[in-house]
Design a protein around this ligand. Structure first.
Ligand code: ZN
Length: 210
């Protein structure tokens, strides 16, 4: 009788193949929800965190103080669902605020954080914490934004969200700036940005005063 493949190596080859069973996943992991503005990143973050709450997991949610769209202390999605969030200045403050027994950490608008955020999320995941990071992967010039490219590379699970292009109705991945200056960070999205697809994206030139 022929031996099963892999038997000589002392393990069942089949166990190494096939899609990952969610129940086999180690608890510690990095998930990224990336995309342009208006693509529903915060909504998806809130959805995952609510499920963790229902599962009675100990969660903490952070956002950068640079994000002044919402009142401090809450994370408000465009559909006006609220979740308690702590506003922090940088990744060092986020680290100081972490509770020892936290199981799930959510981070919104991660593009506004410093580059050390990538090290911190790795450290947390190694410690067994599930880290869910939401943020813009590109700025309005379509350049990788802040610590997001590093975190995207480090994550086990990545979801790229798409908005709807306001010009053609296609899937939009870009945050088209339509008003204001050339600064990378210009918080406040109503009026200053719109979602555009690759075909409809245009290089932004600020209007000259006078
Ligand atoms: Zn378009």
């Amino acid at each position: 009788m022929l031996a099963e493949p892999g038997a000589a190596l002392g393990y069942d080859l089949l166990s190494l193949m096939g899609p990952a069973d969610p129940h086999d996943r180690p608890r510690g992991r990095i998930e990224v929800i990336a995309g342009g503005m208006f693509s529903g990143k915060s909504e998806e973050l809130v959805r995952r965190l609510r499920r963790a709450l229902i599962a009675r997991q100990r969660i903490q949610v952070f956002k950068p103080v640079a994000d002044d769209r919402d009142p401090p202390g809450v994370l408000v999605t465009r559909d006006n669902r609220e979740l308690a969030a702590e506003s922090v200045a940088d990744s060092a403050e986020l680290r100081r605020r972490l509770r020892d027994d936290v199981q799930v950490v959510g981070i919104d608008e991660a593009q506004f954080f410093d580059l050390e955020l990538a090290e911190l999320v790795t450290e947390l995941a190694d410690r067994g914490v599930r880290v869910i990071v939401a943020g813009l992967d590109q700025d309005y010039r379509r350049q990788p934004f802040g610590p997001m490219p590093a975190i995207l590379a480090l994550a086990e699970y990545v979801d790229k969200m798409h908005a709807v292009c306001v010009r053609c109705g296609g899937a939009a991945h870009y945050s088209q700036r339509i008003a204001g200056g050339r600064e990378q960070i210009q918080v406040g999205d109503t009026g200053a940005y719109e979602a555009r697809c690759r075909a409809c994206y245009e290089t932004y030139e600020p209007a000259r005063p006078g």
